[in-house]
Design a protein around this ligand. Structure first.
Ligand SMILES: [Zn+2]
Length: 294
């Protein structure tokens, strides 16, 4: 991880104050809508956008009161649409309208029943903006992988009834202290920071779940549940390790940091670049979190 080579204080970028972290927007861009739904943008032109994952196709007509289709059926109207240069804004409420209509992208794990779970989890997509984190030889940026996987986890948990707060929904820089503060302010049941690794040797591969050296029993329990669930993805399991990353140390409640895999390793990087595989990883992490919350 680029993070560890900088020392155990975490993957912090330059230090500068950033105002408020969480903004609940009334409108979001089409790109944010796709991200929040765990979908990729497959096709777009002036009149419509096609978003997909392994199990769903959503078509949104991008004019005011245009229709949206989920898996071939007209399901509603998009409401007010605003356009500014090439950016199209739609109501943020579309996320809640469309999400329940989506099919699960991967089969539910048999170990986790699709029943509702209570709790509040903060999902933290590591890095952002001028801080890209690790970069693969092919140019895949850690900050982008982190956000995509984090958004998928958030989406799955919300569908299962778990309260979720994301520290960022956009390509935005947030101080490590502010990330931890989100969990502290909300008194979250769990803080989960999502990262991807890098090492000088291209042979290093696999996922790692970190807790702080002075972590609570609950943090270990969460790490164990997530580690066990992630094992099913087929990624190499590097185990549960201790490191005093700043986001782990500054979080009052249970906190874990997941390194999804090594961007410096060809196989891991190919998997992390694959949206279907990211779905599987997100599903595993959501399963682990849900197991912990029970
Ligand atoms: Zn990182």
């Amino acid at each position: 991880m680029t993070c560890l080579t900088l020392g155990i204080a975490g993957c912090q970028g330059p230090q500068r104050p950033v105002p408020g972290v969480i903004v609940r927007e009334d409108t979001i861009t089409i790109e944010q809508l796709a991200l929040r739904l765990g979908l990729g943008i497959e096709q777009r032109d002036d009149t419509f956008v096609v978003m997909k994952n392994a199990a769903n196709t959503v078509i949104v007509f991008t004019h005011t009161d245009g229709r949206f289709f989920v898996n071939g059926k007209p399901m509603g109207n998009v409401g007010a649409v605003k356009q500014s240069a090439d950016t199209v804004y739609v109501p943020a409420t579309l996320v809640e309208q469309i999400r329940p209509l989506l099919r699960s992208a991967v089969p539910e794990q048999p170990t986790v029943k699709p029943q509702k779970t209570k709790g509040l989890v903060v999902i933290d997509a590591g890095h952002g903006a001028h801080d890209p984190g690790a970069i693969s030889p092919g140019g895949i940026r850690e900050k982008d992988i982190n956000l995509r996987v984090a958004a998928k986890i958030a989406n799955l948990l919300e569908r299962r009834g778990v309260g979720v707060v994301m520290t960022r929904w956009q390509d935005r820089f947030i101080e490590l202290e502010d990330r931890a503060a989100v969990a502290n302010q909300r008194n979250a049941d769990l803080f989960v920071s999502i990262h991807a690794d890098s090492a000088p040797s291209s042979s290093a591969q696999g996922f790692t779940v970190y807790v702080a050296t002075a972590a609570s029993a609950n943090a270990y329990r969460a790490a164990h549940a997530i580690n066990q669930a992630m094992e099913k993805t087929g990624m190499d399991n590097r185990g549960i390790r201790e490191a005093d990353y700043r986001v782990l140390v500054q979080t009052n409640g249970p906190a874990v940091l997941i390194e999804l895999g090594y961007l410096s390793n060809a196989q891991d990087a190919a998997r992390l670049a694959d949206d279907g595989f990211r779905d599987r990883m997100a599903q595993a992490i959501a399963d682990g979190i849900q197991t912990y919350l029970r």
